[in-house]
Design a protein around this ligand. Sequence first.
Ligand code: SF4
Length: 378
Amino acid sequence: MSLNAVRPWRSIDRRKSRQIHVGPVAVGGDAPISVQTMTNTVTTDVKGTIDQVLRAAEAGADIVRVSVPDEDSSRALKEIVAESPVPIVADIHFHYKRGIEAAEAGAACLRINPGNIGDEKRVREVIKAARDHGCSMRIGVNAGSLEKHLLDKYGEPCPEAMVESALEHIRILEDNDFFEFKISVKASDVFLAAAAYQGIAEATDAPLHLGITEAGGFVSGTIKSAVGLGNLLWSGIGDTIRVSLSADPVEEVKVGYEILKALGLRHRGVNIISCPSCARQGFDVIKTVEALEKRLEHIKTPMSLSIIGCVVNGPGEALMTDVGFTGGGNGNGMVYLAGKQDHRISNEEMIDHIVAQVEKKAAEIEAAQAASDAEAAE
Ligand code: SF4
């Protein structure tokens, strides 16, 4: 029985969306909520862009978007796609030819608004290119670039205008028998974005790509995204997410995972539970956690680690984690394994020792998973 079955207050009922694919990555339906980011290099700097794609993928990005503003970028895209370990989404604005070139270059998805690329003939050509090359699409409505007729009708960007914009683009694709698309209705204002996503979630079964656009710098953008995306994800809305930060794309990926981890929607790497520390701490909690976060970046297996300054909360938190350390007196503390007191270790040796314990536990979890997969396959 799953934890959520015995703890219903912890479960999230995901909206039932239809499933599409971005390359090999399923989006929607019961697929895991994927984490995306976007490169911020000049796309024609192929080496720099590939390097950023690789770093984002290493951090856990399932999908990476690359801007394709001109023909040279379309050519660069082909090389980037060839080197990328994850599917690439081509970001296209207005130029239908870029859409066709990107599909031919191997993009797994086009971020393009069919209502903004010209007449019916051009739309049909882009859809044909997408279909011929197994490319899906994302309709990306943004509060900051709503169509003039909708601004005239509604007076200002509002949820109704954003939903109507999305529905107009959807109609164009569906009239052309194209259903491999997902939708985003982004805004930098969390209320506007949330209301728009709630509206479009009711109006269609297409998978939704969530984002709070232009969220800001690392700290403020992280918080805005956690509040805005967290609220939607908690209510079951969202099939793939991109956290937009004025920061390294790798940070966007990390924040995306942390939001999903906090809601139990996705698990990756070590979830460190640590106390803020105070005068009672038996060792320097803050420095230790900083060091452990860096030293454990390579662990991808989902597991938990508690690092707690003293016995006030240490044993209780350790009960619920795979590995735990609680500060004590005399320069040493207690190591917990699978929730149970196991042995003591000195503060000086602790970081190396905890890293070794976590690596050992990760290897055990992986071996158990491999054995159960093999048994299931028999
Ligand atoms: S667990 Fe102990 S050290 Fe950490 S904040 Fe609480 S009282 Fe302070």
